[in-house]
Write a new protein. Sequence first.
Length: 209
Amino acid sequence: MALLGWSPGGDEEFMRTPDLLQRFSLAGVSRTNGVFDRPKLEWFNTQYLQKLPIADVVPQVQAELERHNLWKAGWASGEGHEWFTKTVELLRSRVRLLPDFATWARAFFSDDFPRDPAAIAKFWKDEKTRTLLENLGNALAALPEWNHDACDHATRKVAEDAGVKAGLLINATRVAIVGQAVAPPLFDTMVILGQQRVVTRLRDALGLL
């Protein structure tokens, strides 16, 4: 809001409130009318979400989830807090506004999430999709270790055995486990969600195919 009619000089635009208060002066206020630019405002918000220390972002996300009844007390400390912090870190490069954590990214914090009909129509249209997701669910359930490389290898092996491109299965899987066509990298997402949740969601998706 300050930058609508004031400039600190130079090209700097990203400032935290204490810096802004220290540098502001009436001498820098323009005589011309300010123009409100919604896309620019969202760009600013994205920059703050990405650049602020993660410790400053986590409480804001917690408050947003609390407003949507998505917050779980177990995330406040210990291993739960560590998981929550890692999840926010993974997501914040993809969100523009804080409400995105409770809407677009809902599947990371709740098992009750919608699957985008447009994403389903686009990425589940191949007749092999049901068999692919079923085979992947079985392959992932059998993994003795749950990490990025193990999920990557298992997914590509299922695609290779079926004679399809890995991208077809990767996109279909993303829709199955988070309900969206666009999300953080699939194998990072799998690690964050955990083995049981990923396998369960893949098997639940079979009922929609």
